[in-house]
Design a protein around this ligand. Structure first.
Ligand code: HAM
Length: 429
């Protein structure tokens, strides 16, 4: 017996009803991107391995689908889009007017541990503004992400954006005596604070970052609150005051856009990726049952890392997996029942050539049309028409055809009438 094949773990099939959900989400993502003036781009799914090593951060590099190709090149399926964007723009950004507003909907591959909301492939809406350092670009980026979710039917009672700033965190770490060399290690611990026992986090801050027990305790208490009085706690530290003011300005802009109810300051958000340099955010389901729906932030140094000239940049990635689950839970996915405009029923084999001619004439005019691929009884053909969700059935019988006529049945009301075939084809309904 032939061996059966199974789908690889972490990969999906998209049967038509799943594909309809995916198409709906993509359609909204694309529409919202265009409303904000973004242009769509893409790149290859396979990239040089080096593009990700060092640039993406330890977590992603450990999950790469990488191999050596037949030309002895070390390559990887893309685990994220941002390094490709930086590579593409490193070559051509000079000739483009700034800021550059680009978006993409790539399929990405990460060898993840199996868990709810995380697969080994996913589609990710990427929206980035390149060449603008003003905080207004940061606010614009979060607004696109939130409007994408709103257009899909989610509200501020369903989702929230938790925002923070790596510059503020860095300033706080400096004020607490953590040097530059330990900053990324500190971010790695902060990134996991929510999922780890506080005692364990304190230990890690001591062992991996070299903080004193008092320093670690103070950091944890600062991160537990919102923005609170951080600058009051470090008077005289211009870097803290400046970063705090920027974050407040950012939130004020989002409030002005009517999005304030979605936004929460939360300094525990640092993002796992290595390249972020400023304001960062993650969007979650309010009930927190699911992993992050979206993550993004400012990354002002990635372009230099891939060999381009320095360019400030800010953007986000929103995955389709958690989002589609959430939309399904809220019954916000469109009804995927299939339907066609017409089903053509030749009464006997004699009328089949006319049926083919009619179906083609209607299809050329953009209507959707099917018919039975074998000659069957009229009753069976009607059953198939109903099963395929046909809105109308056209019955071609010898007597009617003689006069250039046919019988048209409306499948919803059951009403029937005679129609002139030429008029039916020309009619634009
Ligand atoms: P990320 O946080 O790694 O960021 O991914 C962004 C989103 O993609 C996540 O919030 C999640 O919805 C989805 N996602 C990530 N991995 C998986 C997975 N294994 N299965 C399902 N969904 C997943 C980035 O990738 C950045 N490059 C985003 C960005 C663009 N930053 C600036 N511009």
């Amino acid at each position: 017996m032939a061996k059966g094949f199974r789908r690889l773990p972490g990969f999906r099939d998209f049967a038509p009803e799943d594909f309809a959900a995916r198409a709906h989400v993509f359609e909204v993502w694309r529409r919202v991107s265009r409303c904000y003036g973004f242009a769509e781009y893409d790149g290859p799914p396979l990239e040089p391995l080096d593009l990700y090593v060092e640039k993406s951060g330890r977590e992603i590099v450990g999950q790469l689908y990488s191999f050596r190709d037949k030309g002895e090149r070390d390559v990887s399926l893309r685990p994220e889009m941002t390094p490709s964007l930086a590579r593409i723009l490193a070559e051509r950004s000079r000739s483009l007017p700034k800021p550059i507003r680009w978006f993409s909907v790539p399929q990405l591959f990460r060898y993840e541990r199996q868990q709810r909301g995380r697969l080994r492939e996913h589609f990710q809406w990427n929206v980035d503004i390149v060449g603008e350092e003003a905080v207004a670009a940061d606010a614009e980026i979060l607004a696109v992400a939130l409007d994408g979710l709103r257009e899909l039917g989610l509200t501020d009672t369903d989702v929230r954006a938790r925002v923070s700033d790596r510059r503020l965190l860095t300033a706080l770490l400096r004020a607490l005596g953590v040097g530059e060399a330990q900053t990324l290690d500190a971010f790695t611990v902060i990134d996991k604070l929510e999922f780890e026992d506080p005692e364990r986090s304190r230990e890690r801050l001591a062992n991996e970052v070299g903080m004193s027990p008092e320093g670690a305790a103070e950091l944890l208490s600062l991160l537990a609150g919102g923005l609170g009085d951080v600058s009051a706690r470090f008077p005289g530290r211009a870097d803290v005051t400046e970063a705090e003011a920027r974050l407040r300005e950012y939130v004020a802009m989002l409030e002005a856009m009517g999005l304030g109810a979605y936004v929460e300051l939360d300094l525990r958000i640092v993002r796992g990726l290595a390249y972020y340099t400023g304001i960062v955010f993650e969007i979650f389901d309010r009930r927190r049952g699911l992993r992050a729906i979206c993550g993004g932030g400012r990354y002002d140094r990635l372009f230099e890392l891939v060999g381009g000239s320095p360019l400030p940049a800010v953007g986000f990635g929103m995955g389709d997996v958690v989002l589609t689950e959430l939309l399904r839970e809220h019954a916000l996915l469109p009804d995927a029942t299939r339907s066609v405009d017409y089903y053509v029923v030749p009464v006997s084999a004699e009328e089949r050539p006319r049926a083919l001619e009619l179906a083609h004439a209607l299809r050329v005019r953009g209507r959707s049309v099917t018919y039975s691929l074998r000659q069957q009884s009229v009753g069976k053909q009607f059953k198939m028409a109903a099963a395929q969700g046909a809105r109308r059935v056209i019955v071609l019988g010898p007597a009617e055809l003689e006069r250039g006529m046919a019988v048209l049945r409306d499948m919803t009301s059951g009403e029937e009438c005679d129609v002139d075939l030429e008029e039916l084809v020309e009619d634009d309904r």
